[in-house]
Structure formats: C-alpha cells, structure tokens
Design a protein around this ligand. Structure first.
Ligand code: MN
Length: 515
C-alpha cells in the first residue's frame, strides 16, 4: 500500500496567485481526510501568522490523517511548526551544488551537519520527521547518499526525494531511490514536479523502485507547472499497476471541484480523470461505440472516479449519439424527426457553433412540435436590473417554474452577478442547482455587439447541463442562458417521466435565441 502525502495546502498553495484563508484550508483538509490521504501537509507555518492559524486549525480538527507542517532546517521554523500542534514536521535543506553555492552559500560539510542537527532537534520535540534534500535529483549521487545516511542516523522517519525543478526522468528517479535504499532502511518518499509533464511517470517510477510514499496535490496544482497530480497518480497506480492506496477514487471528482473552487485554479478541460472532457464524447463513431459498449472508447467506468459520461451534439455527431442524448432529456423523436434534428445540429456545428444541451433541447422540441415545444419547465417572466456607481447592483427576476410564479431580488458585484444570484435564490428553495461555468463572448467589436453567453449548471447528483443566450443586452443573454440550461437539466432529471401538465403557458421562445 502506497502512502499518500497530500501537499495541496502547501506546495499547491504556492501556485502563483493562490492564497487560502485558514477556514478555506480547513475545508480542503476535511475533504482530503474524507478522500483518504495518509498525511496532510497543511502549510509552511513560518511564512505568516495567517498560515500558522490555518495549520493550527487543521491540526486541531481531529482528522484521521497525520497533519504535517513544513520547516527549513532552522530552529525557529521547527518551533513554529511545533507550536501549531502538527504531529509531523517536514524539514528541508538543499543538497545540490547549485543551491549550496548560489542560494545557501554553504559547503557540503556544513549542509550535512546542519540537516542532522535540525532533524535531531525536531525529534527532540516529539514529532515525526520527514526530511527533504531539496533539489535531490540534481545532487551528486555520492553526496546524496551521505545526506541520506546523515539524516537517517539522526533519526528521521521518512526521507523525501524532491525533484524540485522537475528535470528528472523515470530512469533517474529509479537511480536515486536505489541509492537511498542502499544506505538506509527508512521509508522513501517522492516529491515530483511537472515541468516536463513527467511528474506522474516519475512518481510511479519512484514507488516501483521501492518508495513507500508520494507527495501529491489535487488537480496537480503547485509551483510553476505544478506537482504530481493526486488523481492521475492514484488511478494509474490502482488501475494500471495493481498498487493500492488509501484513497477512495469515487471522491476524486468532488475533491477536485472543491479545490478548484477554493483556490480559483481552473482545471483544464482535457485533464485526465477530473477534466470536464475526460468522459465526454462528440464524434458519431465514438458515441455509437460507447452506446453499444462503453469500453470501446473509455479506459474505465467514469463512475469509478465519481463521474458521469456525457455525449455532446456537434458537427461530428451521429444519429445514435443524438438520440441517446435526447433520451436522457426524456425526448424520443420519431425517425424522421431525428434525421432533421441531426441535420440541424450538423449545420450549426459547421458554422462553428457549440451545441449546448439547451440548444439541443430547443432544436428537438421545436422540430418534434406538438406538446413538446411547450414543455419547458422554467420560463423567464420578468427581469429588472438597477446598477450604477456608488450603489449595489440589484436584480429582480421572475420565473415561472412548473407553472408557479417565483420572484427573487438579490445583489451582486455587477448586474449579471446580481441576476444570477436572484435565480440561485429562487432555486435554493426548489432544487439544488449551481452555476459552475460562465463564458461570455462578444460577437463584434462595437458597443452594440451581441453577447453570446454559455453557461453550465449542475445539481448535487453531478447531473449538469449547458445552455446559451444571445442578446445585445448582456444581462438578458446571461439570464436566458441560465434558464435554458436549467430547463435542459430539469429535463435530464425528469428523464422519461411525463412532463407535468400546466407548465405550458408559453409565449415566444425566449431562451437559446442563438439557435
Ligand atoms: Mn515542491
């Protein structure tokens, strides 16, 4: 069983532009604990008072995981970490000649002495000690062994090999792990960076060579190109190498979302495991294959990692995929209608349009006609916005939801935010619906440009739907996009259940006006 040290709250927080409040640290730490990490590196206490408060909050939260604090090989750093109540301290001192000469101005002999002293001091305070030879992979191999020996003799519990600037290869990592193991019995840990995109491969090489622990971050966040991505490492270990960890993979997506939301670092859509597109399919050939047997075009079942597969209509779409997507919305078009729907989808796809769920729902229901065209569950009944300098932007939204009129007023950082808050307010009493994505494009360079707004909404069960609004008024376009996506989401949730009667008090089609 490979131990997982999660450093999202330390190296992850060193991502440029990321700064977490103590309470945000605690929220993430709780999510990591649920996920099943063995160690939470909660921060670098010496850096600030707020950091100390955050680390202290995490250390005192009664979590199952070991809570660790980072410290330079200095008494004050170690004391500060200890004062936060952590059960282990991660002490580091660089061992490469470039760091010794140009950063520390220290000889190799001084380094050996200093790291052993620091380890002995930390041990004397009753904490577990993990020692990192910073920039280990650019350290002379013979000297590296001397460092491992020195800190092992001083009583460390774990020895970490950081590939600080991400320049190692899997072969090189194997060499360093073997070297460390040739001179010490302590558990070896891997800390890899992704500067060449090799962090996961390097960490796996480390554990295959005998390292018992890996330093990982959620979504791979961290300094520069980031650290080894926890979700990628864990799933590859489990599925491809038959290695086990204490991580519950089904919580990976949820944890990824929490970290992305609190750090503000968006996950790239094509990211393995947790990226939006990781289990999405558009091409007709792929969706056809997926529908007859998902393993034709999927590496494993998305639900293994807490996700759901989705199909997207577009110019590459085929009849099977579109029909399946519509079935998911409770629509079963006749063959001749399906053909027309697919033609329309391809026509729009050829024009470069993304077909949102709301668009597809709109296209299908208008082609299918009959009662379908009036089956939208949510209608925009009214929208008023007040904004200006020196006043809080305020919006009042009226929605007809399943035939009942709801009205809410809310404020926001701007008129769009205020309108979206008002909509969320209406739905907070009805359903759990959250806005997860908002994208705005102006379709020409002038001030009367058409605003093209695409949004994504999500419910608590992980269902989501996209929608679009196109209007010259950016607030109206935003609200229409939300309404379109909520309609598609509710249709998905209702699935094949009959559309409730009495919802159809339609006027002109107000949403998805772009199609
Ligand atoms: Mn690092």
């Amino acid at each position: 069983m490979i131990r997982v040290l999660d450093t999202t709250l330390r190296d992850g927080e060193q991502t440029p532009g990321v700064s977490l409040t103590p309470d945000e640290k605690l929220q993430i730490a709780k999510a990591l604990d649920r996920l099943g990490v063995d160690v939470i590196e909660a921060g670098f206490p010496i850096t600030s008072k707020g950091e100390q408060e955050g680390v202290r909050l995490v250390a005192k939260a009664g979590l199952r995981a070991e809570v660790c604090g980072l410290a330079r090989a200095e008494k004050l750093d170690i004391d500060t970490a200890a004062s936060c109540g952590v059960s282990s301290v991660h002490v580091f001192l660089a061992s490469s000649d470039i760091h010794l000469e140009h950063k520390l101005h220290m000889s190799r002999e001084e380094m050996l002495k200093k790291c052993a002293e620091a380890v002995r001091y930390a041990k004397s305070l009753g904490m577990k000690v993990e020692f990192s030879a910073e920039d280990a992979t650019r350290t002379d191999l013979e000297f590296f062994k001397q460092v491992v020996r020195a800190v092992s003799d001083a009583g460390i519990d774990r020895f970490d090999i950081p590939d600080t600037v991400g320049t190692a290869t899997p072969e090189k990592i194997t060499t360093y792990v073997n070297a460390a193991r040739s001179v010490s019995q302590v558990m070896i840990s891997m800390h890899c960076h992704n500067d060449y995109g090799l962090a996961v491969a390097n960490s796996i090489a480390g554990v295959l060579a005998g390292a018992g622990q890996a330093h990982l971050t959620i979504n791979g966040i961290g300094e520069r190109a980031g650290n080894t991505s926890l979700e990628e490492f864990v799933v590859a270990c489990h599925n491809l190498y038959g290695l086990t960890t204490g991580i519950n993979p089904q919580l990976l997506f949820e944890t990824s979302r929490i970290v992305s939301r609190l750090t503000g670092v968006v996950v790239q859509p094509n990211k393995a495991i947790v990226g939006e597109n990781a289990f999405g399919h558009e091409s007709g050939i792929h969706t056809h294959g997926i529908l007859s047997n998902p393993f034709t075009y999927e590496p494993f079942d998305p639900s293994d990692v807490g996700r759901t597969r989705w199909l997207q209509a577009g110019k590459h779409a085929g009849r099977h995929g579109v029909a399946a997507q519509l079935r998911g919305m409770g629509l079963r078009p006749k063959e001749e209608h399906l053909r027309l729907i697919v033609d329309k989808v391809k026509e729009l796809g050829d024009l470069g349009h993304t077909i949102t769920d709301g668009d597809l729902y709109q296209i299908a229901t208008s082609i299918m006609g009959g009662g379908y065209a009036e089956s939208r569950l949510v209608e925009l009944e009214g929208l008023e916005v007040v904004t200006g300098i020196k006043r809080l932007p305020t919006a009042t939204v009226k929605l007809l939801v399943r035939g009942h009129l709801h009205e809410a007023t809310d404020v926001g950082t701007g008129p769009v935010d205020a309108a979206l808050n008002a909509i969320e307010k209406i739905f907070s009493n009805l359903e759990t619906i959250r806005l997860t994505d908002y994208k705005l494009e102006a379709l020409s360079g002038s001030s009367d440009a058409v605003a093209d707004v695409t949004v994504k909404v999500e419910d608590d069960s992980g269902n989501y739907a996209s929608g679009r609004g196109m209007k010259k008024d950016i607030v109206v376009a935003s609200v229409e996009a939300i309404v379109a996506s909520i309609n598609a989401l509710l249709a998905k949730k209702a699935d094949s259940t009959p559309v409730p009667a009495g919802v159809a008090q339609d006027r002109e089609l107000q949403s998805s006006s772009g199609v």
